[in-house]
Design a protein around this ligand. Structure first.
Ligand code: NAI
Ligand code: MG
Length: 356
């Protein structure tokens, strides 16, 4: 019996509400599947913790997390604590220190999911976006000179190391090969004459080792247009930190909205724990009402199952999410229903039990 040890940082606002349902689903899967189990340890870190202790997590927080196989994160951020503190001192710290350089965001239109594009069918939106998660435009390098003076100058430097660029592109090629899908690189070499010319060059160089993988390369502005007009062009997508940030929100919008979108922050070498999260925030406007949609958190639970090698069960969870949206019996208000967060989780568990 293998035991997967998971650190749960439910966080703020609706974070704990949706994560509880995700945990419920993972426990149900382990019970039904047999052969493996989960051990959850809860860490009360986040903004409330900050208001009490003056830090988002204890000083040895990362050491405590290091012992786990994965981190399951709800959302952090709440009015009263500046966003740059909550984001930088918890989320970004974990991503950076644990070298979670791959951000995996499935963009897949499930049956029954709301889609703002007209005349688009399910099979036309089915991609996986691989976003560089450790450097690039978000490296934090730069300077702020003559602050407040008329000659004020700010510099924000993109950092693209050979190691960092190669490893993300290689990860994407491997995934494309494994899944038998095409790989599209999104860049902007016409305007970013160092970083993106380099990116394109590395994409081509690494590609020589993968002659079996069909490749495409788009400028980010054109890619944004195709995401909306012809999303079927994309299967596996690899892109930089900033472009990935923007394009995955666009992806979430065309594939069911924030109530569904999940993301994984992976350290593929598994030296450090990887982190799984719904990508929405703490939604203070609906917190503590029991009406948050837990499906994104449950989708991220299915990514946890994939990560631990239980891909069959990961797929089953997605099938059940799909069924919940088709049945429309247990949907939260954001999806036009009247169900509570707990109702949705309970329905998912009930449907999973019928699979066996
Ligand atoms: P948000 O995602 O929390 O909310 C945006 C809108 O979507 C709100 O109207 C909210 O009610 C709705 N919404 C979001 N998730 C939902 C769900 N599961 N079910 C139903 N409705 C949902 O984004 P916002 O308002 O910009 O940020 C609120 C706080 O969350 C901020 O402090 C922000 O920094 C933080 N945040 C944290 C993230 C994280 O931990 N990864 C990501 C994004 C924001
Ligand atoms: Mg974002």
């Amino acid at each position: 019996m293998s035991v997967h040890k998971i650190a749960v940082i439910a966080g703020d606002g609706i974070g704990p509400e949706v994560i509880e349902e995700g945990v419920k689903v993972l426990e149900a899967v382990a019970r039904i599947a047999g052969g493996f189990s989960f051990e959850f340890t809860h860490f009360p870190w986040g903004c409330e913790y900050y208001l009490e202790h003056g830090t988002m997590m204890p000083e040895d927080g990362l050491e405590q997390l290091q012992k786990f196989d994965a981190v399951y994160l709800g959302a952090v951020g709440y009015p009263g604590v500046p966003d740059h503190i909550s984001l930088r001192e918890l989320l970004l710290k974990i991503r950076k220190q644990f070298d979670q350089y791959v951000n995996v965001r499935p963009v897949r239109l499930l049956q029954g999911a709301p889609c703002p594009l007209k005349d688009v069918t399910r099979d036309q939106i089915d991609m996986v976006v691989i976003r560089e998660n450790s450097e690039g435009e978000y490296s934090g390098a730069g300077d702020w000179l003559f602050r407040g003076k008329p000659e004020e100058v700010v510099l924000q430097t993109g950092v693209f190391s050979r190691k960092g660029t190669e490893r993300i592109i290689r990860y994407a090629y491997e995934l494309a090969r494994k899944m038998g899908k095409s790989l599209t690189s999104i860049s902007k070499a016409n305007a970013l004459n160092y970083s993106m010319v380099f990116w394109d060059q590395v994409f081509e160089e690494v590609g020589r080792e993968y002659p079996d993988v069909e490749t495409k390369s788009y400028l980010v502005d054109a890619a944004s247009m195709y995401f909306v007009k012809q999303p079927e062009r994309f299967q596996i997508v690899v892109t930089s930190n900033l472009f990935g940030d923007i394009i995955t929100d666009l992806g979430a919008a065309i594939a069911g909205g924030m109530g569904l979108a999940a993301g994984a922050n992976l350290n593929p070498e598994r030296i450090y724990p990887s982190m799984f999260e719904p990508i929405h925030g703490s939604a203070p406007d609906i917190a503590h009402k029991g009406i948050a949609n837990p499906l994104a958190a449950i989708w991220s639970a299915s990514q946890i199952l994939d990560f631990f090698g239980h891909e069959g069960w990961g797929a089953n969870v997605l099938d059940v999410i799909e069924q919940v949206m088709v049945d429309k019996k247990a949907l939260t208000p954001d999806m036009g229903g009247t169900a509570t967060t707990v109702d949705v989780g309970t329905e998912v568990v009930a449907l999973l039990s019928t699979i066996h």
